[in-house]
Design a protein around this ligand. Structure first.
Ligand SMILES: [Zn+2]
Ligand SMILES: [Zn+2]
Length: 380
């Protein structure tokens, strides 16, 4: 366990990270700070620039054994902080509203503990991944040729979660976070003078149909799992009374419990767009963005987390169903046995992505203790 004296620098690190947040894919300074600090711990390998600005430190033993990866995220959000405490964000319009500053401090604190008590078998990787918020970072890390040199057998991550008792461990096996993806539909017809709309092709009725049909579309997919289609944005034409519109944009978030469910939902949504566009004589284009795989927890890893939580005097809450929100850790846990757990951030704390949210420093030491127990289970 870390003493209070050792803990202060980790709280200071968290505050420093909070002061200088960077957006997804732009985490250059955050990554170089973490790389510099990890280097001081003299890992056997330090890999930078993985999947973008990702950083990974590896500690090896001289003996065969599994490779275990622990993950933190480097990125912050495009949200203006409304807090006025001394460590408030100094980067205008950007702040750590998902607690990734706290996750980084936990994984760095874990690296410190590991550097003092190196693995007796196998190896351990501390990964600081970029661009979690856009769903691109973990996939880019896994696709990076450097990742094949890391090849973990097991992977673990936590995400803090306000609305639950401080330091409660929430876990389940199977799907932990749903898959999701953004669908951008562009419809195009032909403008006309507003006095002669019959000479043009307006997307208005097609857009009205999509707005009506999409909320219920998921229920028409024949698969027994949570499937959702949430309309998030719709726009049409110009703010001009003289012109009947030609173009419309329609955006929907698709969500599913499994990746197979997502495939079916994508097919159903695409089919609907195709049909509506044809019925109203419109051209269409469909774009996809913010693609998150389902994050699937392995039973053995979930049991390891529950054991680690028990060994470190944490309360465990077994979740009856998956969280609807997405996490790109699914891309990493698809490449190795893994488990992600949610870590209670206090019932009264503002929700993540709220402008007044701040990571609770009390979770740093206790979060490290859970991961260190997992490290001991596998490698000591
Ligand atoms: Zn997050
Ligand atoms: Zn987030």
């Amino acid at each position: 366990m870390t003493s209070a004296d050792n803990l202060k620098p980790l709280v200071d690190l968290r505050h420093r990270l909070h002061e200088y947040p960077e957006l997804s894919g732009q985490e250059k300074k955050t990554a170089s700070l973490m790389a510099k600090k990890l280097k001081e711990l003299v890992p056997d390998e330090l890999i930078t620039g993985i999947g973008g600005y990702g950083v990974a430190a590896r500690f090896n033993s001289a003996n065969p054994g599994p490779c275990v990866l622990f993950r933190a995220e480097l990125d912050a959000l495009p949200i203006e902080e409304i807090n006025d405490f001394p460590h408030r964000s100094k980067n205008s319009g950007i702040s750590h509203k998902c607690g990734h500053d706290g996750h980084m401090s936990i994984i760095y604190g874990l690296a410190q503990m590991i550097s003092n008590e190196r693995p007796k078998q196998g190896s351990v990787i501390l990964l600081f991944q970029p661009a979690e918020e856009t769903g691109e970072g973990a996939r880019a890390v896994v696709a990076d040729p450097k990742y094949s040199m890391l090849k973990p057998d097991y992977c673990y991550a936590l995400h803090n979660l306000p609305g639950h008792p401080l330091a409660e461990v929430l876990i389940r096996s199977g799907t932990f976070n749903c898959a999701s993806r953004g669908m951008i539909v562009n419809l195009s017809g032909k403008t006309a003078h507003a006095a002669y709309p019959e000479t043009g092709v307006s997307p208005a009725l097609a857009l009205a149909e999509l707005l009506q049909v999409f909320p219920g579309l998921a229920s028409t997919v024949n698969k027994n799992e949570l499937l959702m289609t949430t309309t998030v944005h719709a726009t049409m034409g110009e703010r001009a009374f003289g012109t009947a519109p030609a173009d419309a944009e329609f955006m929907v978030t698709l969500r599913s419990e499994t990746n197979e469910g997502m495939d079916l939902l994508v097919a159903k949504a695409t089919e609907q767009i195709k049909k509506t566009a044809a019925d109203y004589g419109l051209k269409y284009e469909i774009g996809w963005t913010d693609i998150f795989d389902a994050s699937i927890n392995d039973l053995e890893c979930v049991e390891n987390v529950a054991r680690a939580a028990k060994n470190t005097a944490h309360t465990v809450c077994w979740l009856p169903e998956a969280f609807r929100w997405s996490e790109d850790f699914g891309a990493i846990s698809a490449s190795a046995k893994g488990a992600m757990f949610a870590y209670g951030a206090g019932e009264q704390r503002p929700q993540i992505h709220n402008p007044d949210y701040d990571f609770p420093d009390d979770l740093i030491n206790s979060g490290m203790s859970i991961f260190f127990d997992l490290y001991k289970q596998h490698l000591l």
